[in-house]
Design a protein around this ligand. Structure first.
Ligand code: B12
Length: 240
């Protein structure tokens, strides 16, 4: 039998072949295939194709739902094999999907990466009212509030959280970061968020920076947008 490749996993995910995808992941793990590559270039890349096909009207809502159902068990299989960090407690993050948003996979992966890198993470769920992010941040003594928004219609709830913090005189108490398919560094900048990350891996140096932890020498370098944003945040922080 041929060795498992990340391309085979990607194909099984976008073709919505759940059993095959899980079998390939399990075999890949047994054969020593890199778990990070299986996640990024396999499962997530497959979901990307599902999204493209949905956008092109080749796939419909049923397939979108299946995309989630195929990838979730694969991610569960891979997660225990992701490289752990030897760091101690790095900071506390409250994270969830904003009002109206039901996409769990993205913020779930961000949570996993942050946990693997020493952060205490409270996942507070999907479709979370803006005020609840603040209440939970207060309850858990969070340093960072993470807002996940995958839809153009749900992104406006991110600035709503920031506006509530401002109104409550708490804007300086918490760092607010955003992420999700339709978010960008520019949108984060425009709503005066403290940071944005393209993916779960780049969320780690972003959060480290925000809680003033030094970055490891081998930290991922694909977070230029976070750098750009943080340069701006520094100036605004000084002005506040
Ligand atoms: C699977 C999926 C679903 C599943 C979600 C299942 C689940 N359990 O999560 C279901 C079926 C629920 C769904 C529903 C819908 N979806 Co949908 N969905 C997707 C799909 C295919 C994959 C999303 C995903 O999980 N990707 C995997 C993750 C890992 O990818 P990622 O974006 O790289 O994630 C990283 C970053 O986003 C970042 N990140 C994420 N959150 C955060 C938070 C913080 C703080 C930080 C720092 C970083 C960060 O880190 C993540 C991990 O690396 C996308 C397509 C796409 N390209 O994203 C469409 C997509 C997001 N969906 C879309 C749409 C339209 C819908 C629906 C409106 C469809 C409908 N007609 O009902 C509904 C809306 C439901 C709702 N109210 O939320 C559109 C959005 C378009 C737009 N312009 O708004 C997309 C882009 C598809 C498309 N091409 O049209 N969807």
């Amino acid at each position: 039998m041929d060795k498992v490749t990340v391309e085979a996993i990607k194909d099984a995910v976008w073709k919505l072949e759940k059993q095959k995808a899980c079998d390939l992941v399990q075999r890949g793990l047994a054969e020593g295939l890199d778990p990070v590559a299986m996640l990024q270039q396999g499962v997530i890349a497959g979901l990307q194709v599902v999204g493209e096909k949905f956008g092109a009207r080749e796939y419909f809502l049923a397939e979108l739902v299946m995309g989630g159902k195929v990838s979730e068990p694969c991610i569960e299989l891979i997660t225990p094999h992701l490289p752990p960090s030897t760091e101690g407690r790095a900071g506390t993050v409250v994270i969830g999907a904003v009002t109206g948003d039901l996409h769990t996979i993205g913020y779930g992966l961000v949570s996993t990466q942050l946990e693997l890198n020493g952060f205490k993470v409270h996942k507070i769920g999907i479709n979370i009212p803006s005020m609840q992010f603040i209440e939970k941040a207060q309850e858990f003594g969070a340093d960072i509030i993470g807002l996940s928004a995958f839809l153009v219609t749900t992104i406006p709830y991110c600035p709503e959280v920031i506006a509530y913090l401002q109104d409550m005189g708490l804007r300086d108490r918490y760092k607010v970061i955003i992420g999700g398919t339709e978010t960008t560094a520019a949108k984060a900048e425009a709503m005066d968020a403290d940071g944005w990350a393209l993916n779960a891996v780049s969320a780690v140096p972003l959060c480290r920076r925000l809680v003033n932890k030094p970055l490891a020498a081998n930290a991922p370098k694909d977070w230029w947008a976070n750098e750009k944003r943080l340069a701006g945040a520094g100036q605004q922080g000084a002005a506040r």
